[in-house]
Design a protein around this ligand. Structure first.
Ligand SMILES: Cc1cc2nc3c(=O)[nH]c(=O)nc-3n(C[C@H](O)[C@H](O)[C@H](O)COP(=O)(O)O)c2cc1C
Length: 134
């Protein structure tokens, strides 16, 4: 099963989280696509798609928002969102914590939450495959 994670990263935290997902999720062979260097917004070859970026100024970075609006509307394609942030997630709907340099680095609970997120995501994607929804 083929997947993509489209990501934006400034200092590498989000990219690191995406690499962790790609390495730890079974069932899916993920392409990691940096939206600043790839112009490929054709999602048709992917059965599941992730979108990942940090919080900037309590919201979605403009470059990532512009990218999201450039994608053609999809019909029932399974998708997930991953957001890293320092202390205040802002308008992102999903809680995935990541440190702000060494100052507010994730504590053990937050790392555990992230690992749980990956395990849960892996299981959900496995169910989609089992149920023939992709
Ligand atoms: C310009 C800028 C604005 C930021 N704004 C916020 C914010 O509003 N809330 C927050 O919790 N973290 C904020 N952060 C911290 C980042 O969201 C956090 O460090 C994130 O993990 C960085 O991801 P990246 O390494 O993939 O760029 C900001 C960082 C930068 C550089």
């Amino acid at each position: 099963m083929k997947g993509a994670i489209y990501y934006y990263t400034g200092t590498g935290n989000t990219e690191l989280a995406c690499c962790s997902i790609a390495e730890n999720i079974n069932h899916i062979d993920f392409d990691l696509i940096d939206i600043t260097t790839s112009k490929n917004t054709n999602l048709s070859k992917y059965e599941v798609v992730g979108f990942a970026s940090p919080t900037f100024y309590m919201g979605i970075p403009k470059v990532f928002k512009d990218f999201l609006f450039s994608i053609k509307e999809q019909d029932k394609k399974p998708a997930f969102i991953l957001n890293t942030f320092g202390m205040m997630q802002g308008s992102y709907p999903v809680f995935i914590a990541k440190g702000w340099g060494e100052v507010n680095r994730p504590n053990e609970q937050q790392v555990h939450d992230f690992q749980s997120f990956i395990t849960d995501l892996s299981s959900k994607l496995g169910n989609l495959k089992r149920d023939g929804k992709t």
